[in-house]
Design a protein around this ligand. Structure first.
Ligand SMILES: *Cc1c(COP(=O)(O)O)cnc(C)c1O
Length: 392
């Protein structure tokens, strides 16, 4: 059989059309002739050329995420960390100074403390609930402040409005990683953030089957710099991941509301359980930033809660083993609840004293609440607490 010329299948567009976005994995895009390529590169017409530079599924997802966060011109990246890198490495240069929240996501902290200094960028970490500390850390060469509004894992609430006003007054860019809070709790761009970051991997995609990030700035020139940096360094997302995330976004509001209701109920229930020493949930009256949480998050507390049990590592092992209906896994935002133990995972690099300073003991757990029946979760956690008591 003689080989024939390969032509792609183009679906017929007759009297009907698909109701779901097509998945378009093409790496290259053909044009009619060099003049049409000029039209593309010079912005007289739309289209794509090579998938690392951009592709339709990423564009579709970026437009949805932009709308949710109230921004335009955002870019989708292959992971949340790629989005963090697009900000820190794509916008900062040798000689600049950057301030980070002292309880940022572990890899973000690592990029700040290991990679930025290697490139000649100065870094200070401060507690973002303490505006005076942040002000004291500002220098003439401070270029950017990066914070998360709900810290991991103690769920402290940053003084976003204070920090935004301070950054504006000093001409410093404010970047907010909105992964824990999501646009359901807070739209940082509406409150003065210049740049917003998401790990789409977590609550937005929501099914623990994609790794993606998103970042957008209010200033189109910053978006363009990050886009060029992302293309040059190959931060390109997979079309299939973008397609899955678009599907996940369709149910984000419903998933978030349900998980949040369950988390609030579980927090109140956990406080009453024997062996539970402390519960951290932003809207509870015993939370250290309760008033700020109410004002900033509109009375909502999100789907994350943390708690501390008595009895040290032996009790923690017993709890995780017995509460086996909840995946003991280092992620968050999945349809299923996931349990993490910061002393042995995200915060293992810290000394015991370093963890103690943050209020993280061996009995500290973080729960990302999913969509299960709340009573089933209580039964599972209760079994964990009984086992923890027996083990300690
Ligand atoms: C997970 C996470 C990231 C990194 O996202 P990846 O998609 O895993 O690369 C960044 N920030 C926060 C707050 C996260 O939870």
């Amino acid at each position: 059989m003689k080989p024939t010329l390969q032509r792609p299948y183009v679906p017929p567009m007759g009297a009907s059309r698909p109701i779901v976005s097509p998945l378009m994995p093409s790496v290259a895009y053909a044009s009619d002739d060099p003049d049409r390529l000029d039209d593309l590169y010079e912005g007289r017409d739309t289209g794509h050329s090579y998938a690392r530079e951009g592709h339709p599924n990423a564009d579709l997802l970026a437009a949805r995420l932009d709308a949710m966060e109230g921004l335009t011109g955002g870019i989708v990246t292959g992971s949340g960390m790629a989005a963090v890198a697009a900000v820190l490495l794509g916008l900062c240069s040798a000689g600049d100074h950057v301030i980070g929240g002292n309880q940022l996501y572990g890899r973000s902290l690592r990029m700040m403390t290991e990679d930025l200094p290697r490139l000649g960028i100065g870094v200070d970490l401060v507690d973002p609930t303490d505006l005076a500390a942040l002000e004291a850390a500002l220098r003439p060469e401070t270029k950017l402040v990066l914070i998360e509004v709900l810290s991991n894992p103690t769920l402290r609430v940053a003084d976003l409005e204070g920090i935004a006003a301070l950054c504006k007054a000093r001409g410093v860019l404010l970047a907010v990683d909105n992964t824990f809070t999501t646009p359901a709790l807070l739209r940082p761009a509406d409150l003065g953030a210049d740049i917003v970051i998401q790990s789409v991997t977590k609550l937005l995609a929501g099914h623990s089957d994609v790794t993606l990030g998103w970042v957008a700035a209010r200033d189109p020139a910053l978006n363009e710099r990050m886009r060029v940096f992302a293309v040059t360094t190959g931060m390109t997302p997979s079309p299939f991941d973008c397609w899955l995330a678009e599907r996940g976004l369709a149910t984000f509001d419903l998933r978030f509301a349900r998980a949040q209701d369950t988390a609030a109920a579980l927090a109140d229930w956990l406080v009453e359980q024997p062996g539970v020493q402390r519960v951290l949930y932003p809207t509870r009256p015993d939370h250290p930033d309760h008033n700020r949480a109410l004002a900033l998050l509109g009375g909502q507390g999100g789907n994350m809660l943390s708690f501390e049990i008595a009895g040290g590592r032996a009790a923690a092992n017993g709890f995780a083993r017995a509460a086996d209906g909840i995946a003991f896994a280092p992620t968050l935002g999945d349809v299923g609840s996931t349990l993490s133990h910061p002393p042995s995972s995200s915060h293992r690099a810290l000394s015991v004293e370093g963890r103690a300073a943050l209020g993280i003991s061996e009995g500290f757990f973080r729960l990302s609440v999913g969509l299960e029946d709340p009573d089933a979760l209580k039964t599972c956690i209760a079994a964990g607490l009984v086992a923890a008591e027996a083990a300690s």
